[in-house]
Design a protein around this ligand. Sequence first.
Ligand code: GLN
Length: 447
Amino acid sequence: AQFERIEEVEDKVKSYVTLNKEGALKKARELDEVIGRGEELGDLTGIPIAIKDNICTKGIRTTCSSRILENFIPPYNATVVEKLEKANTVMIGKTNLDEFAMGSSTENSAFFPTHNPWDLERVPGGSSGGSAAAVASGEAVISLGSDTGGSIRQPAAFCGIVGMKPTYGFVSRYGLVAFASSLDQIGPFTRDVTDCALVMNYLAGHDDRDSTSALKEPEDFTKALVADVKGLNIGVPKEYFGEGIDTEIINKINECIKLLVKLGADAEEVSMPHTEAALPAYYIIAPAEASSNLARYDGVRYGYRAENTRGLLDMYNTTRSEGFGPEVKRRIMLGTYALSSGYYDAYYLKAQKVRTLIKDDFDRAFSKYDVLISPTTPTTAFKLGENVDNPLAMYMSDICTVPINLAGVPAISIPVGFDSNGLPIGLQIIGKHFAEATILRVAYTLE
Ligand code: GLN
């Protein structure tokens, strides 16, 4: 049934880079047999899942939607893939993304753009646009994305589904192709909050193979699925409701906050004074880390290698010139510049200091509030092509999501209605480090 649905809509939506039809059907038949014998299996058994194509899958092409990894077949599974495999899910395919997860619309994919299932002329968001579109269009039940500066929450908002970025270090990054290692986190896309809690039960937990993995006991997130916010303290960060945020979105988020107050929560405005510095700090730190992480694609070890080159340096240069797309090159240049001697203190070091100030804003807010609520995005889904020639306009799309990655705290985006064009609006709930359960409780109440 899942592949029939894909057959029906994939031509229009284009969520997938690679389909795993044979492997998925084989796994489904095996599971059928086990179930036929009456064995008890877990609650995700047989559920079709899609995986963002920057998460390694053993024996299945993992491209990062880049020419440089177009034919790369990993010899190992990411920890999250292993975990979902053990949970008896069925992996349907690998989803499209902005090349190396750099972007906010999935138009930076080297292969093709993905379309928003709600309006095919609009973007699904990014960088995990394929994963979001797949769940929104019924081409998968659950999918995984990665979120470095909003890449799960922003596409979830644009596609009208649930997307969660867990606390930094809560879900293993082993096998996730690194973009900006101090910000990257894997998380789920689901149709509702209950599914999100179920998947988080399998994803979270310590992994020895990821040196930044937290030593945190796993918990049962389904216990958080209670519609009760009595006595909860909600902070409403006023900088997230300022200039550039659509009034229709602001009105919808305020309605939701009023509803929570009616249900017994307390809400009050709070100031996060360093918010406006988050985007500039992010666009120094993320490219700096990316320029270092992407140095490994040199045509020698793995991935694409240019042909007919003269000598080693020419081989490096031609391989990277041909293998990387324009946005990736822009990030490498920005990052290399920010890290170079003479500029390091003025840019990279300064950005790291700003990052600390942003984290302090969150610490201060969370000494008083249980959660913060804001819009996920400044606008609803924009048109394909609308922002491609204007990187700064594209970067603005993450203004409400980027600060969360800089602070390392968890956040969810849930769908809360539609604008006057019939496009989904996302509401963001931000929590303290490892307060995923509280976030899920508020999300469940609003759902
Ligand atoms: N859109 C942001 C960027 O281009 C965030 C991407 C992400 O979270 N992977 O860097």
